[in-house]
Write a protein that binds this ligand. Structure first.
Ligand SMILES: Cc1cc2nc3c(=O)[nH]c(=O)nc-3n(C[C@H](O)[C@H](O)[C@H](O)COP(=O)(O)OP(=O)(O)OC[C@H]3O[C@@H](n4cnc5c(N)ncnc54)[C@H](O)[C@@H]3O)c2cc1C
Length: 381
């Protein structure tokens, strides 16, 4: 009899067990140190690659595992077990936002030069869209690419870029025409090299990840590094948004489940007024509400995932899953912290970090307000 929850099968559950074992053995024990050092080592990419975990959804001919988005979904959920949002974010940005556009839109030459070494963990990728003057309003980017003999010269600045210090290549949105709006955006794969400088940013959570500002100072980019069609970069952005948002929803569901389990265990153990915390109705009811939130988020996310994998275009369901889970995860972490009392406010407890790490969810990958705008349009409002 199968113990897998649809849309997952027993095969996915086997992958889950092995990915979980690997993460708990190889990554989680170092999470605290990496957070304190504000950096996780690049070797983590190689370790995942050796397990086949950097290429689950990619074809075998490029070194991938020949799986699909459901295999990748398993990893997104299990990554929460690292216990360091920053480490999960850095690895996740490489897997879920930097390499998919090359797989979908890249030429054979680009796949050989970037996707193959990325799946091997030898070259690390970043996706550079956001700028100091343009975040939610992507169409307002101003990083310019001027046509020159044999390629382009790029000038401008990106900010808040995950893997922005360590990335060997940056899949970068640039303006290739003077006109404004969605037209005239193109993507270039920019190698780290002359004219590319990064400066790390300090932030509330995700401490182990290198979020950075990247300046491009007259960087020459060869013709063959144009990714997708000239002036049609907006299509490339839209093509991966659904998956990026699903990946975030799955990550939140994974993190919420673990936080609930740990907090329930703490509440059964910790004594107050002669009985365990869970023996007090207020705490018991709070934990019941939190279990309901985990279950609701999981159902909504799995439903969107099922539709996505079936090849439908579940814009509304994915948007709802992203909106629901990111805020719910942050609120759940805060409630878990409250149940820990003073201990929850201390650095040595996991929950203090979990709250900080969860705060990014309602901002990144399209903010809550932008999700509501998309829903408003899809609901003909
Ligand atoms: C840790 C971290 C990692 C990131 N990683 C990456 C990365 O790898 N690559 C990348 O390209 N970007 C990345 N980002 C950028 C992220 O996608 C943006 O921060 C996000 O899209 C919001 O853009 P903004 O910060 O410019 O905020 P703004 O767009 O300036 O928005 C500010 C506020 O106004 C609200 N708002 C904006 N427009 C509207 C509207 N029309 N109606 C109502 N409210 C509105 C927003 O929701 C927000 O609350 C990252 C950000 C962080 C913090």
């Amino acid at each position: 009899m199968s113990h897998a929850d649809p849309p997952f099968t027993d095969e996915h559950e086997q992958l889950r067990a092995s990915a979980r074992g690997f993460i708990e053995r190889e990554l989680a024990p170092h999470a605290e140190r990496w957070e304190a050092e504000r950096w996780f080592p690049d070797e983590a990419f190689g370790k995942l690659a050796a397990q086949g975990l950097l290429g689950l959804k990619y074809p075998e001919e490029y070194g991938g595992q020949g799986g699909d988005y459901l295999h990748e979904a398993v990893l997104c959920e299990e990554m929460a077990r690292v216990g360091s949002g920053g480490t999960a974010a850095g690895l996740g940005a490489h897997i879920n936002i930097a390499t998919p556009p090359i797989w979908k839109f890249g030429t054979e030459d680009q796949k050989q030069r970037y996707l193959v070494p990325a799946i091997r963990g030898e070259r690390i990728g970043a996706l550079g869209i956001t700028e100091p003057g343009a975040g939610s309003d992507v169409a307002s980017i101003t990083t310019r690419a001027e046509r020159v003999d044999g390629g382009w010269v790029v000038g401008g600045e990106k900010t808040y870029i995950t893997n922005g210090v360590r990335a060997h290549f940056i899949v970068t949105a640039v303006k290739t025409t003077q006109e404004g709006g969605h037209h005239g955006i193109s993507f270039l794969i920019i190698d780290r090299g002359e004219g590319v400088t990064s400066s790390a940013l300090h932030k509330l959570g995700w401490h182990a990840s290198d979020t950075a500002t990247i300046a491009f100072d007259d960087v020459f980019v060869p013709e063959q590094n144009l990714l997708g069609e000239l002036n049609e970069g907006f299509k490339l952005i839209m093509a991966n948004f659904q998956w990026e948002r699903l990946a975030m929803a799955l990550g939140a569901v994974g993190a919420m489940s673990i936080a609930w389990e740990r907090t329930a265990a703490f509440a059964r153990e910790r004594q107050a007024f002669g009985r365990p915390l869970s023996g007090h109705q207020a705490i018991r009811h709070k934990l019941a509400d939190l279990a309901t939130s985990v279950y609701t988020c999981r159902c909504v996310t799995y439903d969107a995932l099922r539709r996505f994998v079936a090849g439908k275009d579940p814009l509304r369901e994915v948007t709802m899953a992203k909106l629901l889970t990111q805020r719910a995860a942050y609120e759940l972490m805060d409630d878990c912290l409250q149940i820990h009392g003073g201990a929850g406010y201390m650095r040595e407890y996991w929950v203090e970090r979990a709250v900080r790490d969860a705060r990014l969810g309602p901002i990144g990958g399209g903010s809550d307000e932008i999700m509501r705008e998309i829903l408003g349009r899809s609901l003909s409002l």
